[in-house]
Write a protein that binds this ligand. Sequence first.
Ligand SMILES: [Zn+2]
Ligand SMILES: [Zn+2]
Ligand SMILES: [Zn+2]
Length: 127
Amino acid sequence: MVRTDLSRDPVVFEELTCAFCSGRGRDPFDIMSSLSTCCVCGGSGKVLVKAPAVACAHCRGTGAVKTLTCTTCDGRGFVPQPLSPTVSCPLCKGSGDDASAPAMACLKCRGTGWMMEQFRKENRVHE
Ligand SMILES: [Zn+2]
Ligand SMILES: [Zn+2]
Ligand SMILES: [Zn+2]
């Protein structure tokens, strides 16, 4: 008899303070008005990120790049960390920024600052 393992990798979410508005639930940059709701958390001041969550490298956990929501974490300030081993991104050295335009996310790691070890091995140039 084959047992199906239903308990494998349950998806758990962490409730975190919205980094973009610092939990205030309001537009932090007065783009519409200071009274408009935060576009990231919808005014709740809380965001859900798949656990384990780590601070986003591209926006330094602030959720914002200049006055725009960070494209890496969608303004949450945190990104879900993969369970497989990761290595620091060789292109941006872990900063998550594009070298030519720091406001843009690094193309190689999509702004996370790290990448799957597996992925790097597959793409490694022979030394
Ligand atoms: Zn918010
Ligand atoms: Zn970010
Ligand atoms: Zn990178």
